[in-house]
Design a protein around this ligand. Structure first.
Ligand SMILES: C[S@@+](CC[C@H](N)C(=O)[O-])C[C@H]1O[C@@H](n2cnc3c(N)ncnc32)[C@H](O)[C@@H]1O
Ligand code: SF4
Length: 378
């Protein structure tokens, strides 16, 4: 069964690290939501069947939508698709937007998973990141989410911020795990081109932390999460058993999905298509009945690279039987031969016909994955 991702491209202000597509809330909000609702209908024949088991409303900042706007979007999905009764329905929430009443309202709309963007419990970090909330607001939002009766709560944290120490990270983890949450997404800071952090880095007003410290932070995260009963099921994702993100796991397992909203991507097993990164142009295209902006047919090499890139980041790793079936003997041999040296150094292992990264391998996952990427002449 497939998933639907809805991208809400609005933010009140832009965070220093972020390069996701979003703009300041404007008069275009209503037109954009109307276009999203229209696109949900336009895309209903995109997949071979329209059975849906996950809905993910992300952004941008979905919690800027009123409950009525959220309801309109969710209802349209129920109207046009066959949504499984046990579907995972996630909404990304920013701590400064929500209160108990709003969260109770989301619950009434069948939302059953909240992803809360806390990022750090330290006010100094939050100010540096240009977040709109402070630590006290984050605590209140998390308490309200629990009080509203959400059982499946995920928290986002960013680590490896300039000037942070291992003790700062330890205390962020301690506070996070002191709450009854079921899932943690913890991302090492990436300084993306075009972001305020990149400008600050170029000017020398911030400096990146040492690689050695990054490794120590990652190690601490893995150890601490394990102690608290969270399974490290993807490089940046930790979940209590039965609480892994089904929607995101499906991306990593090559399950089909529909993406609606400006910049959103869709995948039907053969091609990937995406919407334009401009609200105005997006609204115009949808009103003309166009269901995508650009499309890429996936050739065997792209499919192979995408499979390696996503699967190696997960605890399930590369399924060698699947590789042999899908990419034939050639793809299989390529992987086995290349993996020899990583196995020798204890960075990879084979478990039940799955090639996976060891904890040591996870430390350098990006380098290992890039070695597996096939280029045109291979
Ligand atoms: C698409 S963002 C949106 C979430 C929501 N709007 C919020 O701000 O909380 C999803 C998550 O990606 C992470 N993220 C985004 N950009 C990042 C970066 N450059 N480095 C590390 N993590 C990043 C943050 O933890 C963020 O919560
Ligand atoms: S991190 Fe979230 S709130 Fe901040 S700019 Fe990105 S999408 Fe918007």
């Amino acid at each position: 069964m497939a998933g639907i991702y809805v991208h809400i491209p609005f933010c009140k202000t832009i965070c220093s690290y972020c390069d996701f597509y979003s703009v300041a809330v404007s008069d275009a909000k209503t037109d954009c939501i109307n276009a999203i609702v229209k696109e949900i209908s336009l895309k209903k024949d995109y997949l071979p069947d329209n059975d849906i088991s996950t809905i993910y409303i992300g952004g941008g900042t979905p919690s800027l939508l009123s409950l009525n706007e959220m309801e309109t979007i969710i209802n349209q999905i129920y109207k046009d698709y066959s949504v499984d009764i046990n579907s995972e329905i996630t909404v990304e929430v920013n701590p400064d937007d929500v209160n108990l009443e709003y969260l109770l309202g989301l619950k009434k709309l069948n939302v059953n998973r909240i992803s809360l963007g806390i990022q750090s419990w330290r006010d100094a970090d939050l100010r540096l990141m240009n977040r709109r909330h402070n630590a006290a607001q984050a605590a209140q939002a998390l308490k309200d989410t629990i009080k509203a009766g959400f059982e499946n709560i995920s928290v986002d944290l960013i680590y490896g911020l300039p000037k942070t120490t291992i003790n700062d990270w330890q205390s962020n983890l301690d506070i996070t795990f002191s709450y009854d949450i079921k899932h943690l997404s913890a991302y090492h800071l990436t300084i993306e081109n075009g972001t305020p952090f990149k400008k600050m880095l170029d000017k020398g007003t911030i400096i990146e932390i040492e690689e050695e410290d990054s490794m120590a932070f990652f190690n601490l995260l893995i150890e601490q999460a394990d102690k608290e009963g969270f399974v490290h099921y993807e490089i940046s994702n930790f979940g209590k058993p039965d609480y892994f993100s089904i929607h995101n796991s499906n991306y990593w397992k090559q399950v089909n999905y529909i993406g609606v909203g400006p910049s959103a991507h869709s995948f039907n097993g053969y091609s990937r298509q995406w919407n334009i990164k401009s609200i105005k142009k997006y609204i115009n295209l949808i009103n003309e009945g166009k269901t995508f902006f650009e499309r890429e047919e996936l050739d065997a090499q792209t499919k192979f690279n995408e499979y390696i890139m996503t699967s190696l980041r997960t605890m399930w790793g590369i399924n060698l039987d699947y590789v042999e079936k899908t990419f034939e003997r050639e793809g299989y041999d390529y992987i086995i031969n290349l993996s020899d040296k990583f196995k020798k150094y204890g960075l990879m292992k084979v478990d039940n016909q799955h090639l996976i990264l060891t904890d040591q391998g996870k430390m350098t996952s990006d380098n290992i994955i890039s070695e597996f990427m096939m280029t045109a002449d291979e």
